[in-house]
Design a protein around this ligand. Structure first.
Ligand SMILES: Cc1ncc(COP(=O)(O)O)c(C=O)c1O
Length: 412
């Protein structure tokens, strides 16, 4: 069955919850063991002291380690990406930072694509170096050979431990080739050390792109975005093989950044409508982009649906990786920050707020908001200028979204 058919039931046994059709919120910090032997067995497995025996179920211990709402949520999330395992976190940043801390140590090199979300950019470039981790960057359009050269020139090629990419990149919709990134990771892998590829797939959500199928070892989400989808919860998720997820869940236990039962419950509810919401959002985005493409006050539209043969490799990457054009559109307004702000301040239906992927359409100004902390010269190089506006397209009737954009553009 398709994942959307299983989002209402997968992994939940009503008989364990008084027949309740929906999984209740298990608002509990700890779980009572039947006897001491059971408690001992659960801890042995949870702490990796021995492998799980054939047919042995991992028992519930303590909500920083596991909880029914979170386990069911994790199991349901694996269906979309066809992953072996999933770990949920209290935010997207918690998922990203836990992965980076688990796979990097002092002296290691991390290779990233530019741009990445402002929060990830801050953690990678300003916090990881404090722990002796070196960073090398590449940008859209650079070939595999160029990128291998960047790693070699860093002087730490033998210490490359992870490749971390975000595609489509926030906010420019630049595409990075996942399979090529994996082959760069493999190029620097040795028999003693495997270089892993992690992909932030937040912009496409679990429906529109499946990085694990293109060679990624780990896929990351801000579940605050499409997965949550209602602007009422902050959460994150990471998916991958049993082996890697075991390490990530281990560090999560000790960092203590597991999501709460209430967050798990909200996300279970959100997952039931994920496909329906995202289908509408992708359809709306195509129509909004078509409108913006023809508006005289708009200088340039950054939308992957606009890519064509003349865009070369970007178009081919899109065809290989992306199942739709997504729900995110950025555009340059004709003018400067003044005109961009005039537009944002004139919106009526679309809310002026950061975040994305929600039922309501949102608009923001990356250069002074989500990406303000990114080095200014890099921002300019990546086209994140003061004339750029980012739109997250919601589920409203598309003509109403377009009406609102049109009336706000008329104000400038
Ligand atoms: C692409 C991307 N990754 C990660 C994050 C961080 O997620 P969270 O805000 O849930 O910590 C965001 C948030 O905007 C994002 O846009």
């Amino acid at each position: 069955m398709k994942p959307e058919s299983l989002m209402m039931s997968y992994g939940y046994k009503p008989e364990l919850s008084q027949g309740a059709i929906k999984c209740p919120i298990f608002q509990t910090s700890t779980f009572v063991f039947k006897n001491a032997e059971e408690g001992k067995a659960f801890f042995e497995v949870a702490y990796g002291l021995r492998p799980q025996n054939e047919g042995e179920e991992m028992g519930l211990i303590y909500s920083r380690i596991n909880n029914p709402d979170l386990e069911i949520l994790e199991n349901r999330l694996t269906l979309w990406d066809e992953a072996e395992e999933c770990a949920v976190f209290e935010s997207g940043m918690a998922a990203i930072t836990t992965v980076l801390l688990e796979f990097l140590k002092p002296g290691d090199l991390l290779l990233i694509s530019n741009p990445v979300y402002g929060g990830s950019d801050h953690f990678i470039k300003k916090i990881l170096p404090k722990f002796g981790i070196h960073i090398a960057c590449f940008s859209v359009g650079q070939s595999k050979e160029d990128i291998i050269e960047i790693v070699k020139k860093s002087g730490h090629a033998d210490k490359l431990a992870m490749v971390y990419i975000e595609t489509p990149a926030n906010p420019t919709n630049d595409l990075i080739d996942i399979a090529a990134s994996k082959s760069i990771a493999q190029h620097f892998s040795t028999s003693e050390k495997e270089v892993y590829l992690a992909v932030d797939n937040t912009y496409m959500g679990p429906l529109w792109q499946h990085p694990l199928k293109h060679g990624a070892d780990l896929v990351l989400y801000s579940a605050t975005k499409y997965i949550g989808g209602h602007s009422d919860v902050i959460a994150g998720a990471c998916l991958g093989s049993k082996k890697l997820m075991g390490r990530i869940k281990g560090l999560r236990t000790f960092l203590g950044n597991m999501a709460s039962p209430n967050t798990g419950w909200l996300l279970l509810r959100s997952l039931e409508t994920l496909k329906a919401r995202m289908d509408i959002q992708a359809g709306n985005a195509n129509k909004v982009a078509a409108f913006l493409n023809n508006h005289p006050a708009v200088e340039k539209v950054y939308f992957i649906g606009n890519l064509s043969e003349k865009d070369g490799e970007q178009f081919h990457i899109k065809n290989r990786q992306c199942l739709t054009n997504g729900g995110m559109i950025s555009f340059d307004i004709k003018g400067t920050e003044k005109e961009a702000f005039k537009f944002l301040n004139a919106l009526k239906l679309i809310k002026l707020a950061v975040s994305l992927g929600s039922t309501e359409s949102l608009a923001e100004h990356p250069a002074t908001m989500t990406h303000v902390d990114v080095d200014k010269s890099l921002r300019e190089k990546l086209s994140i200028t003061e004339k750029m506006v980012r739109l997250s397209i919601g589920v409203e009737y598309y003509e109403d979204i377009i009406f609102d954009i049109n009336q706000a553009l008329e104000k400038i």
